[in-house]
Design a protein around this ligand. Structure first.
Ligand code: RIB
Length: 308
């Protein structure tokens, strides 16, 4: 069974700051580094580092070839990444707070938003019935890709991040596994009475009302762990800690890649959630997005009680 991840590739410009800049304020950054990122590329990297076979489809400008080479070096099949001769690669301006490791991100989509219908058709025709298509929300054409995938009998996994109002109009009935964090769950609930602090049961009920019964929902809650809700019931899993958070960028992507990789390897849901939590907890102890994703042996070592 193959996984094709159709998603963004970004160049991340990361500034370390005392606090996220306020309106009207000019703030001196304490440090600046450029990293490989993009939710799509991060998730492909996590799948590959977890040992899963994965192909990535997407679009970069000429300035982004190094992102593609980096993914390829990790073992990701990049044959479906197109180099756009006209538009630059997408980029993110990321502020990371020194003390908490929390971030704030401004995204410039660049050619992530120039996915053309013929690229979609070519990529999806390389898959077989039952193969997995993974999507986030940093490229254009999500509705069309989901519809095309359903027509081809693919299993779709959607992480609608970053959340925007357009997500409510996506054909979510075509999604087999929907992965959301609190913000995305609140957005999907579409009910002003459901706020970020809502109880998990309320959040899941709201999201469930948007998708069919057979769709699995994976709700990630950061330090609150994760909940998998599907036809087999509801399973809660705690977060793990591998040390102080330095940079939380890419932790969610790491969780998703490791969760799917464990599933593909045939692990039970509890194991999948535990491996994902372990990988995400290691990720936050390191700077950057893709560069912070741990290798499989580091996750094994952490779960075995050792220090990676
Ligand atoms: O999820 C983290 C990613 O979000 C960053 O790498 C950045 O590129 C943004 O897309």
């Amino acid at each position: 069974m193959a996984v094709l991840n159709f998603g963004s590739l970004n160049i991340d410009h990361v500034y370390h700051v005392d606090h996220v800049v306020r309106p009207g304020e000019t703030l001196a950054g304490r440090g600046y580094r450029v990293f490989a990122g993009g939710k799509g590329a991060n998730q492909s990297a996590a799948l590959a580092l977890a040992g899963a076979p994965v192909a990535h489809a997407g679009r970069v400008g000429r300035d982004g070839r190094w992102l593609v080479d980096g993914l390829s070096a990790l073992g990701v099949d990049v044959a479906h990444v197109v180099v756009d001769e006209e538009e630059p690669t997408g980029h993110a301006v990321i502020q990371v707070e020194e003390e908490s490791g929390e971030n704030a991100i401004v995204l410039f989509p660049g050619c992530n938003q120039r996915i053309a219908p013929d690229q979609v058709r070519t990529c999806l025709s390389s898959l077989d019935i039952g193969d997995i298509l993974l999507l986030q929300n940093e490229i254009n054409g999500i509705s069309e890709i989901l519809s095309e995938a359903a027509g081809r009998g693919l299993r779709a996994c959607l992480n609608p991040a970053p959340y925007g109002p357009e997500v409510a109009d996506y054909p979510l009935d075509r999604v087999d596994l929907l992965i959301v964090n609190r913000t995305e769950a609140v957005g999907l609930c579409g009910d002003p009475a459901v706020a970020e602090e809502a109880e998990v049961g309320q959040l899941l009920a709201g999201v469930r009302s948007r998708v069919p019964e057979q769709t699995e929902i994976l709700l990630t809650l950061g330090a609150g762990g994760a909940v998998l809700d599907g036809p087999a019931g509801r399973l809660c899993s705690p977060a793990l800690s591998a040390g102080a958070a330095v940079d939380t960028t890419g932790a969610g992507d790491t969780f998703i890649g490791y969760f799917l990789a464990a599933r593909l390897a045939g692990a039970g849901d509890e194991t999948c959630l535990r491996r994902a939590a372990a990988a995400a907890s290691l990720c936050v102890t390191r700077p950057g997005a893709r560069d912070a994703i741990p290798r499989r042996d580091e996750v094994d070592c952490f779960l075995g009680g050792g220090t990676p």
